[in-house]
Every structure is written in structure tokens, then in C-alpha cells.
Design a protein around this ligand. Structure first.
Ligand SMILES: Cc1cc2nc3c(=O)[nH]c(=O)nc-3n(C[C@H](O)[C@H](O)[C@H](O)COP(=O)(O)O)c2cc1C
Length: 184
């Protein structure tokens, strides 16, 4: 493994806070996707589908999320969340075609996760951070409706926020040796 790839893998972090007012270009996202889809994929089913959200669509997602927060935690919490979500610069949704066969479903989801990680690493090398979220809003039918996803045909792998990091958090992993069994 080249030292630069090793560095990218280890230094990438989930970004929760982005610089406001600066959005990575659509061209860069297209390039990242073009590279990301060179992920391993059994049967080459290529089950991934990306939806890049423009400001109007993102605003609808922000409002839906605020509504969900309002129902659970009240008006004040919803207002805070709405303000915070409106500051998120980039919005991308990754879906996976739903296969009929259970094994294929699992393999297709796995391939989409590889695509997601490729995407994340590519962008990280370009100075762009990402957050992969699978929060409540992504499981709401209204979210599917906003994006135009047919729930019978595609499942959501994740909602990805992206932008230039305002803050890079620390993260830790348990020693890998603890999770490795070497058999004779
Ligand atoms: C499938 C998946 C779903 C995730 N969903 C969320 C989420 O809803 N909210 C969140 O804050 N982070 C989410 N994350 C990011 C993880 O919290 C993050 O990867 C973990 O804390 C490790 O940090 P790192 O990515 O900086 O190494 C998700 C990650 C994956 C792979």
C-alpha cells in the first residue's frame, strides 16, 4: 500500500462541522463518484444510485427533519436543528437497487458501502469532508418522496453531508490485533 493511501485511510474522519458559504463544486462530486464506483461488486450488478440534492431539495429535507424533531422534542429544538441543517453545504444520497434474492441484496449493499468509502476517501484527499448519516429522517417515507425514490425499488444506504471541514474530530480504534484470529 502506498504511504499516501495509508495516510488517507487513517486520517479521514467523519466531519460534523463544515465551513459555511463554501460548497465543493459539482464537478468534483461527479469526479469522486466516477472513481468511487470502481468498488468491488459481485456479479457487477452496479446497484448504486446517487442523488445530488440542490438547495431547494435540501431545504425540504431540512424542514422535514425539523418537523420530526418538533414532534419529539418541541419547537425550540426544531428551530435549532433547522438552523444547523441549513448550514450544511453539500447533500448527497446514495441508494441501492433492491434485488429479489436475499444474498444478492446483502452483496449489493456491501458493494454500495465500498462505493461510499471510496467516495469518502477520494473527497478527503481533495480536502472535502463527509458525514454518512442514517438518521431518522432517512427512514421516513416523506424523505423518499422528496428525493423521488421508489421504496419498492431502492433502499437508502446513506445521506451524505459534505463540505470543507471546519473542525476535524479525533477518533480512536481498538487495536486491530484484538480483532484478528490467525488460524494455522
Ligand atoms: C452506515 C453508517 C451510518 C452512520 N450514521 C451516522 C449517523 O446517523 N450519525 C452520525 O453522527 N454518524 C454516523 N455515522 C458515522 C460514524 O458515527 C463514524 O464513522 C464513527 O463515529 C467513526 O468516526 P470516523 O468516521 O471519524 O472514523 C455512520 C457511519 C456509517 C458507516
Amino acid at each position: 500500500m502506498s504511504s499516501s493511501l495509508a495516510h488517507t485511510i487513517k486520517s479521514r474522519r467523519t466531519i460534523h462541522r463544515f465551513k459555511t458559504g463554501e460548497i465543493p463544486s459539482v464537478e468534483l462530486i461527479k469526479l469522486a463518484i466516477e472513481h468511487a464506483i470502481w468498488a468491488p461488486n459481485h456479479h457487477l450488478s452496479q446497484p448504486w444510485q446517487f442523488y445530488l440534492l440542490g438547495p431547494r431539495t435540501a431545504e425540504l429535507v431540512c424542514q422535514l427533519n425539523a418537523e420530526l424533531v418538533r414532534e419529539k422534542m418541541g419547537e425550540k429544538a426544531a428551530g435549532i436543528k433547522l438552523k444547523r441543517w441549513r448550514e450544511i453545504p453539500g447533500w448527497l444520497v446514495l441508494c441501492c437497487d433492491i434485488a429479489e434474492d436475499d444474498i444478492r441484496k446483502q452483496e449489493d449493499y456491501a458493494a454500495c458501502c465500498c462505493v461510499a468509502q471510496n467516495l469518502s476517501l477520494y473527497l478527503w484527499e481533495e480536502g472535502v469532508g463527509m458525514k454518512w448519516t442514517t438518521g431518522t429522517v432517512t427512514r421516513d417515507q416523506r424523505f423518499y418522496d422528496i428525493i423521488g425514490i421508489d421504496v419498492q425499488r431502492q433502499s437508502i444506504v446513506g445521506l451524505f453531508w459534505y463540505g470543507f471541514p471546519a473542525q476535524i474530530p479525533q477518533a480512536e480504534r481498538k487495536p486491530s490485533a484484538d480483532r484478528l484470529v490467525i488460524l494455522p
